[in-house]
Design a protein around this ligand. Structure first.
Ligand SMILES: Cc1cn([C@H]2C[C@H](O)[C@@H](COP(=O)(O)OP(=O)(O)OP(=O)(O)O)O2)c(=O)[nH]c1=O
Length: 192
């Protein structure tokens, strides 16, 4: 393969950077500081897609390939954001315990000439019935504090999960297989 253009990753998420690294794609991180509240009125799926698109558009400059994403965790119709403290983290986990919730990860790719592609992918996650000591243990680890829904499926949070329906990487914050496919279709890897 000839050398690929540098992807600008419009995300501060270390997980998304790690996934691009694992794909051996050349990239630079340039987080987009957007007002997420302004799209808070949307339903979870369109919200994840619109936030990803907004992040890409904030960073894009002519000639660049930009990739952005946003992960929204929804329990029925309610969105669980990032818990503000261990107490709130515990409360989130108590609500997720023994139930199935949906993780929506929207992603956006903006091409060098400005065309913007965005879409959203979903996965269903079933939590085990969690014991009180497990809520305490997980919340005090601090792992869930910078994560939507208050847990990380790729970390200690793996023990909270009974099963996942859909792509694991959608839960982790970037549906890599779908992103890869779209990059190909949009011509990132060269003329197809
Ligand atoms: C549910 C879940 C979320 N997460 C993370 C992925 C995202 O980083 C984060 C959701 O917040 P996002 O707002 O999607 O992303 P971010 O704030 O980390 O970064 P940026 O806005 O700059 O793109 O939660 C996990 O790492 N594992 C999980 O299992």
């Amino acid at each position: 393969m000839t050398s690929l253009p540098t992807l600008i990753l419009a995300s501060q998420s270390p997980r998304r950077a790690e996934l691009l690294k694992r794909l051996s794609l050349p990239f630079e991180v340039r987080p987009a500081d957007i007002d997420e509240e302004s799209l808070g009125h949307l339903e979870p799926a369109p919200m994840a897609e619109a936030l990803a698109a907004k992040k890409a558009q904030t960073i894009w400059q002519p000639g660049q390939w930009v990739l952005a994403a946003d992960t929204v965790v929804a329990l029925d119709t309610e969105v669980l954001g990032k818990p503000r403290n261990p107490e709130e983290n515990k409360a989130f986990l108590r609500r997720l315990s023994g139930r199935i919730h949906t993780v929506y990860t929207g992603f956006a790719i903006q091409q060098p000439e400005g065309h913007l592609h965005s879409e959203v992918v979903e996965a269903k996650v079933a939590f085990r019935d969690l014991q009180e000591w497990e809520l305490e243990w997980y919340a005090s680890s601090g792992e869930g504090l910078d994560k939507a829904g208050g847990y990380g499926a790729q970390g200690l949070g793996m023990v909270l999960i009974e099963r996942i329906e859909g792509d694991f990487y959608t839960v982790m914050g970037l549906p890599v297989s779908r992103v890869w496919q779209r990059l190909y279709e949009l011509g990132y890897f060269g003329q197809s």
